[in-house]
Design a protein around this ligand. Structure first.
Ligand SMILES: Cc1ncc(COP(=O)(O)O)c(C=O)c1O
Length: 392
């Protein structure tokens, strides 16, 4: 306190230390296997790492790179969107490189929102969304994805989404494939969202960082739906696709007007970041399809290993169609259904760290009995975790 006032401002008062910091500290203290935070325990392709070393040695990006990102990377991002999705973006005016998807989300929300605007977002949501909406002075309006125990999946109720839009709604904030539920929005759902956005003249920010980690169905970028190209800010990053989460290379693709707006905020957040890594990611984006296929196949096997093990350990498992997280219902093992207490005691009880999904909800009670495990770890680590969890 100074002047009788808390130091942290009102907008951020509800956002203390993230659950990931708390749980990762618990993992270190107890020596538990950390399936809480989503980062791979092995680095991405050797040739991509070497490309970063080469860039560093050649003096590429060691000084401030250009504000929008180095031309090589912007060209590679545009080529990726064309090759994968037949979406055409001009590398000079419609692509912006950011410090990870995290900065892209922050810059987009800070640029596009006025205080008092409402943002409709799918709940549970990735924790930075709520904080960035708050920093922009806007109001979040959650639309809850519902667990369906009979299918082991989460579903979006399109009627609820439509009902959440009011005259104050400025923007829809989407995430597909979705963290933490693993939901991949279907063509029909995306078409309905696009129709709603056009009808109500809404902007859409869509976080597609798990675009290459889809095991069932396919990833469809919302920007490809009728009427969406001009109102959609698409965000992705290299962290998940190439297993270099520490490099923090992300990007935005959107119309020139939207990119200009987002860049206005971005230039005063970091200005630029990750110089030499931008060159390496440009090369990574040009890897052949076989790289992306192998990544997906490897993670699908790991998903099945962990999901199967969790089911055998007694959890009800929601098998993800995408991402590298699996959500479980703890109630068969713990009748209190208190995911927070469960996760806090899990390292002591069996040497594994997980994250309570309640932290991703405004309606905390909706997420209370659910717990998330990450499977982007080496097979032997997952096998050991499963064997420990079976001892519960
Ligand atoms: C949905 C989602 N968006 C964004 C990010 C962050 O991406 P980056 O590391 O590129 O900032 C994550 C990381 O966990 C995520 O799960």
């Amino acid at each position: 306190m100074t002047q009788g006032r808390p130091l942290l401002n009102r907008r951020l008062a509800e956002f203390g230390t993230t659950i990931f910091a708390e749980m990762s500290a618990l993992a270190v203290r107890t020596g538990a296997i950390n399936l809480g935070q989503g980062f791979p325990d092995t680095d991405g392709p050797e040739e991509v790492r070497e490309a970063a070393v080469r860039a560093l040695r050649a003096g590429h990006g060691n000084q401030y790179p250009p504000g929008p990102g180095v031309p090589e990377l912007r060209t590679a991002i545009a080529a990726h969107q064309q090759r994968r999705y037949a979406l055409t973006y001009d590398p000079d005016t419609e692509v912006l490189v950011t410090a990870g998807a995290t900065e892209a989300i922050a810059a987009a929300l800070l640029a596009l929102l006025e205080p008092g605007d409402e943002v409709v977002a799918l709940e549970p949501y990735y924790d930075s969304y709520a904080a960035c909406i708050a920093m922009a002075g806007a109001t979040r309006v959650p639309v809850t994805l519902h667990p369906e125990p009979s299918t082991g999946t989460y579903r979006l109720d399109l009627g609820e989404l439509r009902a959440a839009v009011t005259p104050r709604t400025r923007l829809l904030l989407l995430n597909t494939p979705h963290n933490p539920t693993g939901t991949v929005l279907t063509r029909e759902e995306l078409a309905a969202i696009a129709e709603l956005a056009c009808e109500r003249d809404l902007l859409v920010v869509t976080d597609e960082v798990y675009e290459h980690l889809v095991f069932e169905g396919e990833h469809l970028p919302l920007a490809g739906f009728p009427g969406m190209r001009e109102r959609t800010v698409t965000i992705s990053s290299a962290g998940k696709t190439f297993s270099f989460t520490g490099w923090k290379v992300g990007w935005v693709t959107a119309s020139p007007e939207l990119v200009t707006a987002v860049r206005s905020a971005k230039q005063y957040l970091t200005y630029v970041a990750s110089g030499p890594f931008q060159y390496a990611v440009a090369e990574a984006l040009s890897l052949p399809d076989s790289y992306f296929d192998a990544l997906r196949a490897d993670l699908r096997t790991k998903r099945d290993l962990l999901s199967g093990g969790l089911a055998e350990a007694g959890f009800d498992v929601y098998r993800p169609a995408g991402t590298y997280f699996v959500t479980t219902d703890i109630r068969p093992l713990d009748s209190s259904g208190d995911g927070f207490a469960f996760c806090r005691s899990l390292p002591e009880r069996c040497g594994v760290v997980a994250v309570p999904n309640a932290v991703f909800y405004d309606h905390r009670e909706q997420g209370a009995p659910f717990v998330r495990f990450a499977f982007c770890k080496r097979t032997e680590v997952l096998e050991e975790a499963v064997s420990r969890l079976k001892g519960l």
